[in-house]
Design a protein around this ligand. Sequence first.
Ligand code: C2E
Ligand code: MG
Ligand code: MG
Ligand code: MG
Length: 283
Amino acid sequence: QAKKGGRNTYRFYTESLTEVANQRVAMEVALRQGLERGEFLLHYQPLIDMSSMRPVGVEALLRWQRPGAGLVPPGQFIPLAEETGLILPLGEFVLGAACSQMKRWLEAGADIETVAVNLSAHQFHQADIAQRVAAILEETGLPPGYLELEITESALMDFGEEAETRLRALKDLGLRLAIDDFGTGYSSLAYLKRFPIDKIKVDQSFVRDIPHDTADMEIVATVVAMAKNLNLQVLAEGVETEAQLAYLRHLKCDAAQGYLFSRPVPPLEFPPLWNAVLGFGVV
Ligand code: C2E
Ligand code: MG
Ligand code: MG
Ligand code: MG
């Protein structure tokens, strides 16, 4: 009896492992085809300046319109795209699409300063990343000062000393650099003064429980103060409530992003937000 059960368990286990492997392969094929077939698109979320309460920029966020599966969020395919290297062509698509969208918005009279694009570790580790970004700026005609690249702390730390050279090459193009998900990586703070960084984006995990978690509130207050002392811009991610907004304004945090202002929206829905002065809790 036990033996039989054991054998069944074993068989079940191998079958499910095979199934997981098959799903991965199917997903990889679908990603590759999706890229060829133009199934990827960008949504845009406003970045709000806290003193004027106006959107001063947008972050481009990748979505996959996968047939039969609806709109797939990046958390469900970016990790596999990273593992398989597909993130490289995907990332180039994102840069090109975001830069040309921004260029069109500027031509239409948009009063925004920044389009922020997430750069994956894999992309950042390419030796010729600066040349690639330069080529995309050239092709799309977007002046470099409008582009901000977001890089996570872990992408920098995995890379040791060379990170600095790579960041400088990007910075020399005339664009801006932001550290994404600040506070979540294993890192030394020393890099903040060495690297040519313009902005830190405080991770949403520190914002989520304001005003209930006093430790998180202390952390955010300290990060905002540190950013100011180092002459870095600071943005708080994941702002969902007016209480969070009020605390961040009290700290004189420069900028914020979150569902309180707007979810990421398709490009056509963005223009009405340009000139809106966002009051507390609007949108
Ligand atoms: P991220 O760069 O930190 O982007 C912010 C994420 O927080 C977005 O999720 C956004 O929709 C979400 N968010 C914004 N406001 C709020 C809020 O008030 N509450 C909550 N709970 N969430 C909020 P999304 O679009 O699902 O993207 C997730 C992550 O996927 C991004 O985190 C980024 O790391 C990655 N990602 C997205 N697009 C790209 C891309 O084009 N390239 C690369 N390499 N990674 C990307
Ligand atoms: Mg980001
Ligand atoms: Mg982020
Ligand atoms: Mg984040």
